[in-house]
Structures are given as C-alpha cells and as structure tokens.
Design a protein around this ligand. Structure first.
Ligand SMILES: [Zn+2]
Length: 323
C-alpha cells in the first residue's frame, strides 16, 4: 500500500464550477495513480463567505462524478481547538505576536505601496510591541522562523508541474496573519495544520493557490510539520480570459451529464476524452495519468499555459520532511 495521501479542499462559498472540478479530478487521479488515499476537506474557516448548504452540495457533486473520499470529510469550522493549540505553540516559541494595526495603518506605513498590487506587505510595525494599541490579529514572525530554522530569506520549493519556485516571504508578504482581527483563523494556518493532521503527502490544487506555498512552508517549519509535495494544476479560463472563480461569476457545474463535465475537466488536464461510462473513463484516466502528462500542451487557451511540463522523476519522488 502506497503511503500517498492526497486531498481536495474546497471552500463552500458556492457550488463547484468547471475550474474547481479540474483540481478535484487532478487530485483524485494523482492519488489513484499512486495507489494512495484521497480525502476531502471543507475549508470553511472564513464563515462570513460560506454559503449555507454548499458543503453538502459540493459533496454531492463529487459523488455524482464518482469521486468518493477514502475517509471521513473534515470541516475546518470544527477545528478551533486544534488551530488554537498551533497558535499557542508559536506564541510560546516567540514566533507569533499580536498586531494592533488596521488596514489603513499598514497602508500608510508602507514605503512603496504599489510594489505589490494584489496584497499588502506587512511592514512589521508591531513586531517590537503594540505600543498601547489593542491587539487585533496574530502574525507570524517570519524573520524569527527563518533564523530559528536556519532558512534563507528566499524560500525554495519544487512544483511537479511548474518546476523550481522561489519567494522572499519577508519582502513580498511580510509577517502574515495567523488569526484575523475578526477572530477567524487565517487560511494559511488552517491549511498547514490540517495537511499535517490528515497526513497529506501530496497537495494537488489550482495554480491560483501556488502563491501561498512559500508561506505554508515557512509555517510548516515553524510548527515542526512535514512539507508535502506540490502540484498546481492549470487554471481554466473563462471566455473573458480570466480565471474561472466564484468571485467572477463562474457558473456551477451542469451535472445532468457528469461524464460530459468530467471529460471537459480531463481535457483541461491534457487527457483525451473517455467513456463510455463514468467508471471506465475514470479508470482510463487513472492508468494514463502518470504516463500522459510529461509534456502536455494543454487547455484550449492555445499555449497560454506554457508551464504544463511534468517531470518524470519527480512524479515518483517521496515528499520531503522537515527535519
Ligand atoms: Zn501591527
């Protein structure tokens, strides 16, 4: 029995759309092709954004597509104590600190607010203390983690499709949030804790999440948790050329014909159409998965995703563990 453990981790902010089915199918196929197990985790820590009933609807969508988890589904909203324990561990080690900054404080403290258009870099204002401000959020002291664990500022990681990746977390992100000002757990903390708790060896998820990986590796080291292997799947673009997402109004999947929906997802992954039944198609793709995908030109975007290169050896590597 393979030690491989994979997962699909949707946020129940709506139903699955064509893009999220690609990530679900890829993670399921990768687990099957490695004779591994595949779990589903409902990432519902951001409760104000969750839609009532969407979790059950997503599970039903997956079942209609023949993608059945190999164990109990995990709901992040039920794991408050586990996340608190992780935060306490970081605080005890001097690796997390309270932050009293408002969004506006952070903006005005930035040397060059335009350097990263899609996220604010936290300038470390409260690292030396709150200076009378009330604590709002908890942040990871990235510099302290790097020093404690002998890590270089540039965090390196290998993506099975995108190849070598680097990010200077301190410069490009700063001390990131672990617990938000509204009391909710930050995505990064919940994901890192749960990937370890579920024994995930391989994270297969959409490329829109690739940007989070370096932060998650820093947090894994801080908490003494292993680092899984990563594979980020190509994004499915809508007719407007933007990635499909619930935020930009992607339609929920039409599952009146699950095989047709799966064939579209398979196509985005560079797999040929298959059938005639759902089960036969899944079996065919599973047997093709490791072989097919090394140099696959994929997606109807016509070369938009030039990064679709798989590396034969890395598909068989074992995930590295943090010392
Ligand atoms: Zn602050």
């Amino acid at each position: 029995m393979s030690a491989y453990v994979g997962r699909f981790a949707p946020s129940p902010t709506g139903l699955l759309h064509a893009g999220s089915l690609v990530a679900a199918l890829a993670s399921w196929l990768d687990a099957r092709a490695h004779s591994g197990r595949w779990f589903v985790r409902i990432e519902d820590v951001d409760t104000p954004r969750c839609v009532a009933g969407a979790d059950q609807a997503i599970l039903k969508q997956l079942a209609l597509c023949g993608l059945h988890p190999d164990g109990p589904v995990l709901w992040q909203s039920q794991r408050d104590e586990v996340y608190q324990h992780a935060l306490d561990q970081l605080i005890a080690q001097g690796l997390a600190y309270p932050c009293g900054c408002s969004r506006k404080d952070i903006e005005s403290a930035q040397a060059s607010p335009t350097q990263r258009h899609h996220a604010q870099v936290y300038p470390g204002t409260c690292r030396q203390g709150l200076q009378g401000k009330p604590a709002r959020a908890w942040r990871l002291n990235v510099q302290a983690v790097l020093e404690l664990h002998g890590m270089t500022p540039l965090v390196h990681w290998h993506d099975r499709r995108l190849g070598e990746q680097t990010q200077d977390v301190l410069q490009e992100v700063g001390d990131f949030v672990l617990r938000r000002a509204d009391g909710l757990w930050a995505y990064q903390l919940a994901v890192v804790v749960d990937d370890a708790a579920q024994g995930i060896t391989d994270v297969v998820r959409g490329q829109d999440l690739a940007d989070n990986t370096a932060r998650q590796i820093v947090l894994q080291r801080a908490l003494g948790l292993p680092t899984p292997r990563y594979l980020h799947t190509p994004l499915v673009l809508g007719v407007n050329g933007e990635k499909l997402s619930k935020q930009n109004g992607a339609q929920a999947l039409d599952l009146s014909d699950p095989l047709a929906a799966l064939n579209e997802a398979a196509h985005a992954l560079g797999l040929a159409s298959s059938g005639p039944t759902l089960q036969e198609a899944l079996n065919t793709w599973t047997s093709q998965w490791l072989e097919h995908a090394y140099q696959q030109q994929c997606l109807s975007g016509g070369g938009r995703l030039n990064g679709w290169r798989w590396e034969r050896d890395s598909l068989y590597d074992h995930p590295s563990s943090a010392p």
